[in-house]
Every structure is written in C-alpha cells, then in structure tokens.
Design a protein around this ligand. Structure first.
Ligand code: ADP
Ligand code: MG
Length: 259
C-alpha cells in the first residue's frame, strides 16, 4: 500500500499550530439532556488524538461539533483559526477542511465506487470530471481498492467499503480527518485493513481525531488519548501514560473493561 503524502508532512509544519481548538463546549439536546458539560481540547497540526469512553458519553456529539454537524450552546470552537459561528460562510469553509468517516460507511449504494469518490469534488469543488477521476483513482490505489473502482458498494466487503469512505473524504483534500468508530461495524478480520489505512494517513502528517476502542491503534499511532465520560473529558495523556498509569478512577474503570 502506497504511503500518503500530504502538504502537512513537511518539516516546518511540525511546529505547534492549533488545528482544532474547543473551549468549554456545552450542549443540551432539545429534550434538555446536557450531553457536553464544558469540553476543552486542542489538537495541533499533524497530531492524532484518540477519544475513548463508554457508550453514550458524548464522543460522537463532541467530534460532530467540529464540522458543524451538531450545534452547541456555550463555549467556542475554532478550526484552523476559523471560528465556528452560525454564519453559514464559516460553516461551509470549515466543512471543506474537515473530513469525516462514520461507523456506517454511508456510501451511495446506487453509485459506483469511483462515482462515490468523485461526486463531491465535481459538485462542490467544481473540478472537471477528468481531474476528479484522476485524483480518485490515485486515492483508491492508496487505500488498496483500485480494482473495485467500477463496482457498486454492495459488491464490496465492509472493510473495502470503509476504505472507499476514507478515499471519498480524502478526495475533498481535508486538513483534518474525524473518525467515529470506523471499525466498530466491521467483522474482526477486516478491522486491520482499515486501521492500516488510518495508520498510513497519520504517518503522512494528517491531523486526526479518532473515536475508537482499538487499543493497539491508540498505543501505536496516537499522540494523545482522551477519556470521555458523562459529557466530560475526564483525562488526556500520552498513550503510554494513559494505558500504564491512568490517573482518574473513571479511566481505570473504563480500561479494566476493555483491556
Ligand atoms: P457516544 O458517541 O459517546 O456513544 P453520543 O454523543 O452519541 O455518545 O450520545 C451521548 C448521549 O446523547 C446519549 O445518551 C444519547 O442518547 C444522547 N443523544 C444523542 N442524540 C440525541 C438527540 N438527538 N436527542 C437527545 N439525546 C440524544
Ligand atoms: Mg458514538
């Protein structure tokens, strides 16, 4: 599998440059449920942050605020220096910078793999079809599914579909990639092929936030691991410290369930 090369892999970009700044983010759902209770997180360019935590703790809600898929009521979020406001202009600018991969791949079933990957570049970025197809084929090659380009998603395995979903996100040339439990819906034998693609992407210098309970991936790839519980970010540390010497009772309890 080819290595990813992105602009952000250059040496000068290694210095700290905040790509995601979330400060005291609070959110209540319409039914009054206080889902985010003041969450603060900074992710610098090229960093990989893994977020773990029990089901229902607000992980998906939190990362979905980064590309305005979820509104929030208090606090502030800036993406690569652009404040996320209700101004539609900023929301569009931020969505262009932030790619997202979900547990359910959400591919368009009636479009081929290639069409899935070229759709947004053609319609949103207004690229000529030939250019969009060129870039798409390169990305499909990098995620190891070039031969499947003309198939429909239903003809692919789950792991292949998830790799198409990653290629589709990358086709928009995002500066940040968000992954929300990207391997949770996969059969065990397909987890690795998706994690390998994510590992390559991290190696290329992509800024990534990954909600995942894949401990091996977190240990090897993450710069920091964070635990969310009951709408709060309880603890954040290097993988080594996080897994070996967790400070908070809730982290210890969570780790005892997954390790
Ligand atoms: P996680 O990703 O950590 O499992 P979520 O962010 O999906 O957690 O959800 C956190 C909590 O918010 C859950 O208890 C969930 O039931 C609740 N929730 C999610 N979406 C809504 C909604 N649209 N309205 C009300 N509550 C919601
Ligand atoms: Mg979730």
């Amino acid at each position: 599998m080819a290595q990813f090369q992105t602009e952000s892999a250059t040496v000068e970009s290694r210095e700290a440059h905040p790509m995601i700044v979330a400060r005291n983010v609070e959110k209540w759902y319409d039914n009054g449920f206080h889902v985010l209770k003041g969450v603060t997180l900074t992710v610098n360019r090229g960093e990989v942050v893994v977020i773990m935590g029990p089901s229902g703790s607000g992980k998906s809600t939190f990362i979905r605020t980064f590309n305005a898929l979820e509104a929030y009521q208090k606090g502030a979020i800036a993406i690569d220096g652009i404040f996320l406001s209700h101004d539609l202009k900023n929301i569009e600018a931020i969505r262009r910078e932030v790619g997202m991969v979900f547990q359910q791949f959400n591919l368009f079933p009636h479009l081929t793999v290639l069409q899935n990957v070229t759709l947004a570049p053609i319609w949103v970025r207004r690229w000529p079809k030939a250019k969009a197809q060129d870039v798409a084929m390169q990305l499909l090659d990098r995620v190891g599914i070039l031969e499947q380009a003309h198939k429909f998603p239903g003809q692919l395995s789950g792991g292949q579909q998830q790799r198409v979903a990653i290629a589709r996100s990358l086709a928009m040339q995002p500066k940040i990639m968000l992954f929300d439990e990207p391997t949770s819906a996969l059969d065990p034998e397909m987890v690795r092929e998706v994690l390998d693609v994510m590992r390559n992407l991290a190696g290329s210098g992509m800024t990534m936030v990954c909600v995942t309970h894949e401990v091996g991936f977190a240990r090897e790839v993450a710069d920091r691991v964070a635990l969310m519980d009951a709408g709060m970010l309880v603890e954040e540390n290097t993988p080594n410290e996080f897994f070996k010497a967790p400070q908070e009772g809730r982290t210890k309890q969570f780790l005892s369930q997954i390790l």
